[in-house]
Design a protein around this ligand. Structure first.
Ligand SMILES: [Zn+2]
Ligand SMILES: [Zn+2]
Length: 184
């Protein structure tokens, strides 16, 4: 993973942690909150199965609970790896219990929203039942643009057109009719 990750906003000291250490910390946190949830006074709470944790979420969401239709199946928690690397504290202390609370709310009450049941589980965890994070995520797809010039203006083109020009295709400016040439 390139260090350019940490040119984006991050918690102080976040660079110190290796990804596998952070994965393990996340899994331990999931286990911690699930064990806590098993003590909720509800007939099915003590049977709550341990979910799987995946670090394959991209985009703006910090985490995502994936519900399983079958009662015996635990569901999954998906964690945004980029945010985990840059905001390990926030992710482990808030995002993980937030997502565990979703799985628990679903297992016990069949609720998937941020309603009363989810909120009561968050309060049981001693966590504020807030839903939005302040971490600065980056969009899943970053459309890199390439700079070209003609006789009259700058053109920003996508990767596909950039590749075609490199293969020898000529694109001309509609305004001045000159061929685009790379500004790099
Ligand atoms: Zn949520
Ligand atoms: Zn032009």
């Amino acid at each position: 993973m390139p260090d350019s990750l940490f040119q984006l906003p991050h918690e102080p000291g976040a660079q110190r942690y290796r990804p596998d250490y952070l994965y393990r910390r996340c899994e331990q946190a999931v286990e911690h909150w699930l064990k806590r949830a098993r003590r909720i006074s509800h007939s099915r709470a003590s049977d709550l199965p341990m979910p799987e944790v995946e670090f394959n979420l991209r985009g703006l969401n910090a985490g995502m609970a994936v519900f399983s239709g079958r009662r015996t199946s635990p569901g999954r928690i998906r964690i945004n790896e980029d945010l985990l690397r840059r905001y390990p504290r926030e992710m482990i202390q808030h995002t993980v219990p937030h997502e565990v609370a979703h799985l628990v709310a679903y297992a016990l009450y069949r609720k998937t929203d941020h309603g009363e049941e989810w909120q009561s589980i968050m309060r049981y965890f001693g966590k504020p039942p807030t839903r939005c994070h302040q971490m600065q995520a980056r969009p899943a797809r970053q459309h890199k643009k390439y700079r070209y010039l003609c006789g009259c203006q700058e053109h920003l083109v996508g990767a596909q057109i950039n590749a075609r020009i490199h293969r020898g295709l000529v694109y001309t400016c509609r305004r001045c009719a000159e061929p685009l040439r790379s500004a790099a």
